[in-house]
Design a protein around this ligand. Structure first.
Ligand code: PEP
Ligand code: MN
Length: 335
């Protein structure tokens, strides 16, 4: 249920409505919009009687919410959520690009890649210090040392850092270094991790589970938002299908579908979807054409020697061309 206040309602009236909702045993969550405030009613067991709230001072209307997710839904908040990180804004119609290697391997590696992606126009730098690998024998990441290397890359380039947090245990550590924390596909339904991310003041990139429906994905985002963190960027990274010609199948149609259902920004990661760089490039162009709120792309200075995901990492000079063309496509779409 959503209690919509009149345009320009005073703070006192909003507070009074919140109190009236909470006196009935529900949680009231005010959601500021463009020119009006709405109050979401949460934690109701069964249906809520709109009549209880319609008569309150300053209440314009009471709308039933039909979706299982509430805070992340467009029913709750019509305006797009804008998330500002450094020079980038996700969700305002711009097209910020996050780029960097799959894994942090050394100080020189991240410095070299961070400088080249910055020169090409990337707005954020990515790199995993804690790597969720399918095999326990694969490179697991440098851990804290990797975070220190990322911090140095931020210091040298000014680019904010995106890095993955794999568990609650290391959340405090990752949060200390990261400007944006990433929750990977394998952890999309790790509910204790989602709740911890909800208590963070860092924006969260929530990647889609590799076989998650849009509804499951938005419910995962709801876990984060329910704890208070409203800065969530959805990231489509491909889903598992029957095909063998690519690592995953990039679900292009989920971008407009997610935008219809939710006010959260959605970016695309063509790298993990494709798995091979020849496919990453056209999928990056498609992401720009889709009206996504940005992309995240893996770039490596020496992909042949990369410790993970070398085959899908672009060479720095390829990335320069991809940036130019993505920006040109985005400019046409924006018109
Ligand atoms: C990554 O971005 O480094 C990563 C591991 O991605 P995903 O969780 O989508 O596999
Ligand atoms: Mn990777």
């Amino acid at each position: 249920m959503l209690v919509v206040m009149e345009k320009g309602t005073s703070e006192e009236k909003i507070k009074a409505a919140v109190n009236a909702i909470e006196r009935r045993g529900y949680t009231a969550r005010p959601i500021p919009g463009g020119d009006r405030v709405s109050i979401g009613i949460l934690h109701n067991k069964g249906s809520v009687d709109a009549a209880h709230f319609l008569g309150l001072d300053g209440v314009k209307e009471v709308i039933p919410v039909t979706k299982p997710y509430k805070l992340v839904s467009r029913e709750f908040k019509q305006e797009n959520t804008h998330i500002k990180v450094g020079d980038a804004v996700f969700g305002n119609g711009s097209f910020p690009v996050i780029a960097g290697p799959c894994a942090v391997e050394s100080q020189n590696q991240v410095l070299s890649i961070a400088k080249s992606v910055k020169d090409a126009g990337a707005k954020l730098f990515r790199g995993g210090a804690f790597k969720p690998r399918t095999s326990p024998y694969s490179f697991q990441g440098l851990g804290k040392q990797g975070l220190v290397f990322l911090a140095k890359a931020r210091e040298e380039t000014g680019l904010p850092i995106v890095t993955e947090v794999m568990d609650v245990e290391n959340f405090n550590l990752v949060e200390e270094y990261a400007d944006v924390v990433q929750i990977g596909t394998r952890n999309m339904q790790n509910f204790s991790l989602l709740r911890r991310a909800g208590k963070s003041d860092r924006p969260v990139i929530l990647k889609r589970g590799m076989s998650a429906t849009l509804q499951e994905w938005l419910m995962a985002a709801e876990y984060i938002m329910e704890e208070g963190n409203t800065n969530i960027i959805l990231c489509e990274r491909g889903v598992r299908t029957f095909v063998r010609h690519s690592r995953n199948t990039l679900d292009l149609s989920v971008v407009p579908a997610a935008k219809k259902e939710s006010h959260l920004p959605i970016i695309v990661d063509p790298s993990h979807a494709a798995g091979v760089r020849d496919q990453v490039i056209p999928l990056a162009y498609a992401s720009a054409a889709l009206g996504a709120d940005g992309v995240m792309i893996e770039v490596h200075n020496n992909p042949e020697e990369a410790m993970s995901d070398g085959a899908q990492s672009l060479y720095p000079d390829q990335f320069v061309t991809v940036m130019e063309k993505m920006n040109a496509i985005h400019a046409i779409i924006k018109k």
